[in-house]
Design a protein around this ligand. Structure first.
Ligand SMILES: N[C@@H](CCC(=O)N[C@@H](CS)C(=O)NCC(=O)O)C(=O)O
Length: 211
């Protein structure tokens, strides 16, 4: 059975898990809790993925897939049920554009978290914190404008990634109240939260595994 290096804290892992659920593959992949700390490279993980990042998927034939984008592509190709996450043609271009936007929002939120909560106070840059906050607001405002077009097309990897990034803001930056003044995006996201694939795997601050 393929082995997924997993954590309930990671937005990229959650994106991958939702894709596996959507494609009917979650029972065909074993998960292992792997601690990927940006401040401490993980020797065991680096033995399979030199970037020391999760998600990482070890396939039965020995190939290793890295990055949620690549693993979601594998899921779309391998699973026989659920929506087409990476459609062909023009629809595919928009799906992957929106995937990049959602992934970018995850990257910003994670950098903001690392700078603001994981770095020691004397090393913390207030200028960088302001940059992450400004960029987050800009992405959310862009999404508010584009929410009607998001709502109008079938579910794809763009919806999946943006929806997961917004859940991550709820998990780590609830005080930012991203729904305030963004009713169209909030309404679209409420529909996303109702999907069975999304309801199965909440974010969680579980105990960190040793090693
Ligand atoms: N672009 C990657 C990002 C993965 C990523 O940064 N994962 C974080 C966990 S949330 C990680 O493994 N960080 C450890 C590190 O940066 O060393 C993806 O989409 O999978």
């Amino acid at each position: 059975m393929p082995l997924l290096h997993w954590s309930p804290r990671s937005p990229y892992v959650r994106k991958t898990m939702i894709a596996l659920h959507e494609k009917g593959l979650s029972d065909q992949v074993r998960t292992v809790r792997t601690g990927a700390d940006p401040m401490i490279p993980h020797p065991g993980l680096m033995a399979v993925n030199p970037l020391s990042k999760i998600p990482t998927l070890e396939l039965e034939d020995g190939r290793v897939l890295i990055d949620s984008h690549v693993i979601c592509r594998w899921a779309d190709r391998t699973g026989s049920e659920g929506p087409r996450l990476f459609p062909e043609g023009e629809a595919g271009l928009l799906a992957e554009r929106d995937e990049a936007l959602g992934a970018g929002l995850m990257d910003i939120a994670l950098n903001w978290l690392i700078e603001g909560r994981l770095r020691d106070a004397p090393q913390r840059s207030e200028a960088m914190l302001a940059v992450w906050q400004t960029k987050t607001a800009a992405v959310l405002d862009w999404l508010e404008v584009h929410a009607p077009s998001l709502a109008a097309r079938p579910f794809d990897i763009g919806h999946l990634t943006i929806g997961t990034a917004l859940m991550y803001l709820d998990f780590r930056f609830a005080a930012e109240e991203w729904r305030k003044h963004r009713p169209a995006l909030a309404a679209w996201h409420a529909g996303f939260l109702a999907r069975p694939s999304v309801r199965r795997e909440p974010f969680q601050d579980d105990p960190r595994p040793p090693g």
